[in-house]
Write a protein that binds this ligand. Structure first.
Ligand SMILES: Nc1ncnc2c1ncn2[C@@H]1O[C@H](COP(=O)(O)OP(=O)(O)OP(=O)(O)O)[C@@H](O)[C@H]1O
Ligand SMILES: [Mg+2]
Length: 269
């Protein structure tokens, strides 16, 4: 994260649409993420959240509109220069990783931009980094375990460590707490909260289905429904009952407990 990064937006979408089979999965979205902001994306199943992350990771080119990632225009720059600057942890990534690799290898291979082979000899400095990230995610006791044998929560934490390995300027998390038990969720929320407060941590964008999973230190929220932005801005002003009810299409009451959030449907009369 260079000092001059303060000048440029982390992510800028201007009137972006993604159209498939005549349907807009993302519909005229304009959105910008500035340095120092940590965003949460909320929206129902199929709203276009993962599609937005795929654009932000430079893997998906929109049908229309302009995208700038870390100061570089998507389409105007070689994506292979851009991709190492972005860390992505999501369900799609786990499927591509060999199940027989150890946890340590799984994280280490990220440094070399590959998902499979374990033939190269790695620099010990890289191994030290991999160990440090795994330690930060509470995975030190699992270094030699095969990735394929991990529980959902252990896998999620390994993927986040892996996404950090290239020292990304932008970290994208797609439902990092999905499938975790209560303890696992709270542990992850705490760790992400710590990361969100670390001035040297990358900019973060996290997709979630539950406001309970929003870590302290996240600053902004984007709500989408059927590909359209319903609300975007500081959590304090935008994460409210009115916006969330509109987003999910039923009456919801948003509550706040210190630095954490809750949402509940109104009881039936
Ligand atoms: N290649 C594609 N062709 C056609 N439709 C697609 C394609 N990829 C995604 N979609 C559709 O686009 C919509 C948005 O998908 P996306 O994965 O972004 O939703 P999401 O908000 O992440 O949902 P979820 O909460 O279920 O993960 C969905 O209706 C999905 O079926
Ligand atoms: Mg999704």
């Amino acid at each position: 994260m260079g000092d001059n990064a303060l000048m440029s937006d982390v992510l800028e979408l201007v009137d972006v649409s993604v159209v498939r089979d005549g349907r807009a999965l993302v519909d005229h979205v304009s959105w910008s993420v500035a340095e120092g902001e940590r965003w949460v994306i909320l929206g129902p199943n199929g709203a276009g959240k993962t599609t937005l992350l795929n654009i932000a990771s430079s893997y998906l080119f929109p049908t229309a509109g302009a995208v700038q990632i870390l100061g570089e225009k998507l389409g105007g720059v070689d994506v292979f220069d851009l991709r190492p600057r972005i860390g992505m942890a999501g369900i799609g990534v786990a499927d591509k990783l060999p199940r027989s690799q150890t946890v340590l290898q799984t994280v280490l291979t990220a440094a070399y931009g590959m998902t499979a082979s374990w033939q190269e000899s790695y620099e010990s400095v890289d191994e030290d980094r991999a160990r440090a990230f795994l330690d930060r995610l509470g995975m030190s006791d699992y270094l030699d375990r095969k990735f394929g044998t991990l529980s959902e929560g252990e896998r999620k934490r390994t993927l986040i460590a892996r996404a950090m390995m290239t020292d990304p300027e932008l970290l994208l998390l797609d439902e990092p707490a999905a499938g975790l038990d209560l303890g696992g969720r709270e542990d992850l929320v705490r760790r992400l909260g710590r990361l969100a407060r670390d001035p040297y941590a990358p900019s973060m964008i996290m997709v979630t289905h539950h406001v309970e999973e929003i870590p302290p230190g996240f600053t902004h929220v984007l709500m989408i429904r059927q590909g359209e932005v319903l609300a975007a801005g500081p959590m304090e002003s935008e994460l409210n009952s009115r916006n969330l009810s509109h987003c999910f299409g039923l009456p919801l009451v948003v509550g706040r407990n210190g630095e954490r959030w809750t949402a509940q449907g109104l009881p039936l009369k």
